[in-house]
Design a protein around this ligand. Structure first.
Ligand code: ZN
Length: 228
């Protein structure tokens, strides 16, 4: 067990995986949540994203988190299902479009001490929610190995995609007065190693070949191709 208020590591610039596909499915409420529980990042998404925030839901199922998000201004980009859900071991739920800022960290949180200069945390981050009871009503709910792997895979996917991604941090570290997630039971050291060593990459993933180029026959007529 370790203190979730210390959970934070940085991704080295020279360690990015070249390619890391993510096994995700759009949640049935994806479009509603992206429209109603997210806002513009106000900056170019590929430039501004430098952080992934790891959360836990303090609930027992994906549906509990989605139900809560429908009644208040809260959301995240992915939900990682718990052991007794059909999706567990198969895929993660995409719940908000990455291009938009989800509402997963309070606006009052000052990002600068942890993340350096830049806009508010939600504008510059992606949020992952692990379904975990977090000790609600005294429950014991250990994270499954697959949940830890799925969380590491999301980070590897995002690291390959967003060139400025640097920080992986817990909600508890960003907002220690209000939040403890993902809690002391989350194996942060193992998770960190799975990301930095790339050992969480899906099996068989290789860097994609550049698309083939073949000579085109001379074009007789203008106007057949692809510009605006
Ligand atoms: Zn949280």
């Amino acid at each position: 067990m370790s203190d979730p208020r210390t959970f934070h590591f940085q991704l080295p610039r020279d360690g990015r995986p070249p390619h890391s596909p993510l096994d995700e499915r759009a949640h049935p409420d994806f479009h509603w949540l992206t429209s109603h529980r997210a806002r513009s990042r106000r900056r170019d998404v590929f430039e501004v994203i430098d952080t992934v925030v790891v959360h836990a839901t303090a609930g027992f199922a994906t549906a509990h988190a989605i139900d809560a998000w429908k009644t208040r201004q809260a959301s995240a980009h992915w939900v990682i299902p718990d052991e007794d859900e059909a999706a567990h071991g198969r895929f993660v739920w995409a719940t908000v479009g990455e291009a938009k800022a989800a509402y997963h960290v309070a606006n009052a949180v000052d990002p600068v001490p942890h993340l350096g200069a830049g806009p508010d945390v939600n504008s510059r981050s992606l949020g992952i929610e692990l379904v975990n009871a977090q000790g609600v009503n005294g429950t014991q709910d250990p994270y499954s190995d697959w949940q830890v792997l799925a969380c590491a895979r999301i980070v590897l996917y995002a690291w390959a995609k967003y060139p400025n991604l640097r920080h992986v941090i817990s909600h508890a570290k960003l907002d220690p007065g209000r939040r403890t997630d993902p809690g002391p039971g989350f194996p942060w050291e193992r998770f960190t190693a799975m990301v930095l060593s790339h050992s969480a990459l899906p099996p068989g993933v290789e860097a994609p070949e550049p698309p083939e180029r073949r000579a085109m026959p001379p074009v007789e007529q203008e106007g057949n191709c692809c510009g605006p």
